[in-house]
Design a protein around this ligand. Structure first.
Ligand code: ADP
Ligand code: MG
Length: 252
């Protein structure tokens, strides 16, 4: 029997900005439905890794595969554009600063990409927007502009927008770091609901309690390498490496 390939397979990922080596040979496999947390000090390369996974900022070495398809590949311009469209559909990303389109209402924030990339009708896109907004408890704000929403509400809309593409994977880059403390829980709750629906997720976070409550695995990154990884019970309570221990001492 041949061994099934991992759902997400990151092999020897490397990324440099000029002389600066930010990712130094990172390998990571994620199974379908798994939830992986990435923790580590500021500047360790967490965002760079997430941005590479959805080809926002391509690797300089190594490979990223999703369900047997290589994400980072050299293609002639036209083919690459088409490939990127597919990648954007398959991999949803949520950013620290929401990145909603400020001049568009919530509805259009969500319908824009599905209409453009999936070529679905206005009617179907609207139905999709309503369905996803309902899921994050934001349906009643469908005709609001982002400026009329709280940070937690903006982030829930951003999550609904990503979900509207019906992605295979969701990437979260410190989705709650910019929020006032009292707004963190409403966003965490949405992520917990996604976890219950078996969404595959990679979550960069500073919230150790949250990571422990939802994640199957935790990776500790420092200076562009994965220092150690394991189940939350081990990484948070019995880490092997001194660098992990020092980091957690400051953050737990
Ligand atoms: P983290 O998300 O873990 O805080 P980042 O991935 O944002 O870390 O950054 C890792 C390192 O890469 C930092 O030293 C940062 O300054 C550098 N870096 C990130 N993006 C760029 C860029 N576009 N150009 C140059 N350096 C960058
Ligand atoms: Mg970051």
């Amino acid at each position: 029997m041949t061994k099934q390939k991992p759902f997400i397979d990151i092999r020897h990922a490397k990324k440099s900005f000029g002389p600066l080596e930010v990712l130094k040979d990172i390998s990571l496999q994620v199974e379908r439905g798994q939830i992986v947390a990435i923790i580590g000090p500021s500047g360790s390369g967490k965002s760079t890794l997430l941005r590479a996974i959805n080809e926002l900022d391509p690797l300089t070495g190594g490979e990223i595969w999703l369900e047997g398809t290589q994400i980072n590949k050299d293609l002639p311009h036209r083919q690459y554009e088409k490939h990127l469209n597919q990648v954007r559909q398959d991999i949803g990303m949520v950013f620290q600063h929401f990145n909603l389109f400020p001049h568009l209402r919530v509805r259009e924030n969500i319908t824009l990409a599905p209409k453009l990339l999936k070529k679905i009708s206005d009617e179907a896109a609207n139905a999709l927007a309503e369905e996803q907004l309902k899921k994050v408890g934001m349906l009643e704000r469908i005709d609001f502009f982002p400026s009329q929403l709280s940070g937690g509400q903006k982030q829930r809309v951003a999550i609904a927008r990503a979900l509207a593409m019906q992605p295979k994977v969701m990437l979260f880059d410190e989705a709650t770091s910019a929020l006032d403390p009292e707004l963190v829980e409403e966003v965490n709750q949405v992520m917990k609901n996604l976890a219950k629906e078996d969404m595959t997720m990679i979550i960069v976070t500073h919230e150790m309690d949250f990571a422990e409550s939802v994640c199957d695995r935790v990776l500790f990154m420092d200076q562009g390498v994965v220092v150690e990884e394991g189940p939350p019970s081990v990484i948070f309570h019995n880490p092997t490496h001194e660098r992990t221990q020092n980091f957690l001492r400051k953050h737990l």
